[in-house]
Design a protein around this ligand. Structure first.
Ligand code: FES
Ligand code: FES
Length: 164
């Protein structure tokens, strides 16, 4: 089966020809060279493959490419260009929330999705907001501290009607 899909990828309108049932994760990595979304579990359990679909956090290993049709996909490469990324990444660095970095793109996008829907989350709400993303080395305390700090330092940046 072959089809032409079109969607917005990091703000650019793109087209994709081929099997619409290929995993979105593979399409992003292989067809568009966006390797920030990683294959971890491949089963929707770890969040390493997370991207934003119309500003909501999704696991791209679980979605067929056709799910992107007409939608807005933002990967960590696109999010990196935003002021919100700069605040979040600084807070992750300052809090010691990055070690090997494997989970970090997904964590940052999970934090973005959380803060966009809830700009002043409690610690428990941060815990719940990041609960689909696993980190094997940092421990979650530093990551939660980083997101709480970003919510304070970036007050006014979230929420925003402007898609990153
Ligand atoms: S690789 Fe997609 S959730 Fe783990
Ligand atoms: S920093 Fe290594 S998995 Fe999170």
């Amino acid at each position: 089966m072959s089809e032409t899909l079109s969607f917005f990828l990091n703000g650019e309108k793109v087209q994709l020809n081929g099997d619409p049932l290929r995993r979105l994760l593979d399409v992003l990595r292989e067809d568009f060279g966006l390797t920030g979304a990683k294959e971890g579990c491949g089963e929707g359990e770890c969040g390493a493959c997370a991207v934003l679909l119309d500003r909501r956090l999704v696991n791209s290993c679980l979605l067929p490419a056709v799910a992107a049709e007409g939608r807005r996909i933002v990967t960590i490469e696109g999010f990196r260009e935003t002021a919100r990324f700069r605040v979040l990444s600084k807070c992750f660095a300052d809090s010691g929330a990055v070690q090997c970095g494997f989970c970090t793109p997904g964590m940052l996008l999970a934090a973005e999705a959380l803060l966009n829907s809830n700009p002043s989350p409690t610690e428990e709400e941060i815990r719940v907001g990041l609960s689909g993303n696993l980190c094997r080395c940092t421990g979650y305390t530093a990551i939660i501290t980083a997101v709480a700090a970003a919510a304070k330092e970036g007050a006014g940046l979230w929420p925003s009607s402007i898609a990153p």
